[in-house]
Design a protein around this ligand. Structure first.
Ligand SMILES: Cc1cc2nc3c(=O)[nH]c(=O)nc-3n(C[C@H](O)[C@H](O)[C@H](O)COP(=O)(O)OP(=O)(O)OC[C@H]3O[C@@H](n4cnc5c(N)ncnc54)[C@H](O)[C@@H]3O)c2cc1C
Length: 400
């Protein structure tokens, strides 16, 4: 028997990687899905993203594994250097037999966000039961007798069987569930740039992996994209509390001071970056409660993390995969599925959030602490590092 609840859509609020992946995961189950995005286009900001081997099984189950492999760059290794001395601290091979065997053949990839987002959207468009809407801002969710719906900024109420809040770091729906809860600002700014590889200096062009330079209050990370034709660069800067970042001249002086003693390659990279485009870096405190009846948070709205482990988008894709699995297991009882979802995902995502914070401190520390950090890193073999990351890179949550 078909009930009203069966006919109502699952409403997904937010069309980022998390929201679109969830629309695809639920659409593939045959459920009616309505995705609501506030921007006038469902799209991604045009920079790179690293995707760990733990995420590939979920992408395969979403039916986009092969397309991701085709569009992605496979970095040779992850290299970490000390900014001023130029000492290599860490070398994690990513393409060896040892890596493949350890992570069941799943690759570590770097992909342009626009490519990842576009191929997820393309996959969604093959399902007539997935309805993608832009220019629709949601202001609140409301549990109803038949499920859960949303109120929109233009005064409508859209009824659904369930609502999934994928509205990102500054989630309005999280604020409704946890009044007073706010993003935790780190006091750091990120600058992102993509440069054509042909225009990069030779020292940078030769890099075939993820290269990172770490220094007090500062780090730089870069990796090739799109068959090595582009280099994605991120520069992260701690802003002293007394520095007014709108004073461009003083801000640039601050960066010049931070990089004065940096190794030439790191300085060359900073020269390539558009320092006027800025993102303030923030994360969230882990909270155990994401679900409320037929409503749940997911992705950054549930567990935004610093990018030190490069896993925010990865966790959102794992969430999408897990949600679909649980909705199916619970026979479309969304309230039951969402309760299980937060129980199943909380500790893993909280560990990503908290270990990312620890790494953030380790990357940006100074003085004796930095010396100890560097000695500690240098002692580690690739095997030691794999063992530290196995909890993250090996386990795909849907199998837990
Ligand atoms: C510098 C940097 C580097 C990063 N590198 C990596 C990396 O290498 N690997 C990795 O896995 N992750 C990385 N991340 C993290 C990753 O970008 C995020 O974790 C991921 O994009 C979160 O996806 P999401 O869909 O949950 O949220 P978002 O991408 O923020 O999407 C939320 C969407 O919801 C929409 N929205 C918001 N409010 C409303 C509303 N009220 N109504 C309707 N729509 C709404 C927004 O417009 C947006 O489209 C990085 C982050 C940064 C800042």
């Amino acid at each position: 028997m078909t009930t009203t609840h069966d006919k109502l859509p699952v409403i997904i609020v937010g069309g980022g990687i998390g929201g679109v992946a969830t629309a695809l995961a639920l659409g593939r189950l045959g459920l009616p899905v309505q995705l609501l995005e506030q921007a006038d286009q469902i799209g991604a900001i045009g920079y790179g993203v690293q995707i760990g081997p733990n995420v590939m099984p979920a992408l395969e189950r979403l039916g986009v594994g092969e397309a991701v492999r085709q569009a992605a760059y496979l970095p040779e290794e992850i290299l970490l250097y000390e900014m001023d001395s130029g000492r290599k601290l860490v070398d994690i091979p990513l393409r060896t037999q040892q890596f493949k065997a350890r992570y069941q053949g799943a690759p570590y990839v770097a992909i342009h966000r626009v490519d990842l987002h576009e191929l997820l959207l393309h996959a969604c468009r093959a399902y007539p039961n997935i309805d993608l809407n832009q220019s629709t801002q949601v202001v609140e969710y409301r549990n109803t007798a038949d499920g859960c719906g949303v109120a929109t900024a233009d005064g409508r109420f859209i009824e659904g069987a369930a609502v999934i809040g994928a509205d990102g770091l500054r989630s309005r729906l999280r604020l409704q569930l946890h009044p007073g809860d706010a993003p935790r600002d780190t006091g750091y700014l990120a600058h992102r740039t993509i440069v054509p590889m042909a225009e990069a200096p030779a020292s940078i062009r030769k890099r075939q992996g993820v290269t990172m330079w770490t220094g007090p209050g500062f780090h730089v990370i870069y990796y090739p994209l799109r068959g090595g034709s582009e280099m994605n660069i991120v520069v992260v800067v701690r802003v002293p509390p007394d520095l007014d970042v709108t004073d461009n001249e003083r801000y640039l002086e601050h960066i010049a001071t931070l990089t004065r003693r940096a190794a030439p390659e790191a300085r060359d990279v900073v020269q390539l970056v558009n320092l006027e485009r800025r993102w303030s870096i923030a994360d969230r405190e882990p909270v155990r409660r994401w679900a409320d009846g037929c409503f749940t948070l997911m992705g950054d709205a549930a567990h935004a993390t610093l990018q030190s482990l490069a896993q925010g988008a990865g966790m959102a894709v794992e969430d999408a995969d897990t949600l679909a699995l649980l909705v199916q297991t619970c026979d479309n009882d969304f309230a039951a599925a969402f309760k299980r979802f937060e129980r199943m995902r909380f500790l893993r995502t909280a560990r990503v959030q908290l270990e990312s914070r620890d790494l953030w401190e380790i990357y940006h520390c100074d003085g004796t602490r930095a010396e100890v950090r560097s000695q500690h890193f240098e002692e580690k073999t690739p095997e030691d590092i794999y063992r530290c990351l196995d909890w993250l890179w090996q386990s795909s949550v849907a199998h837990n």
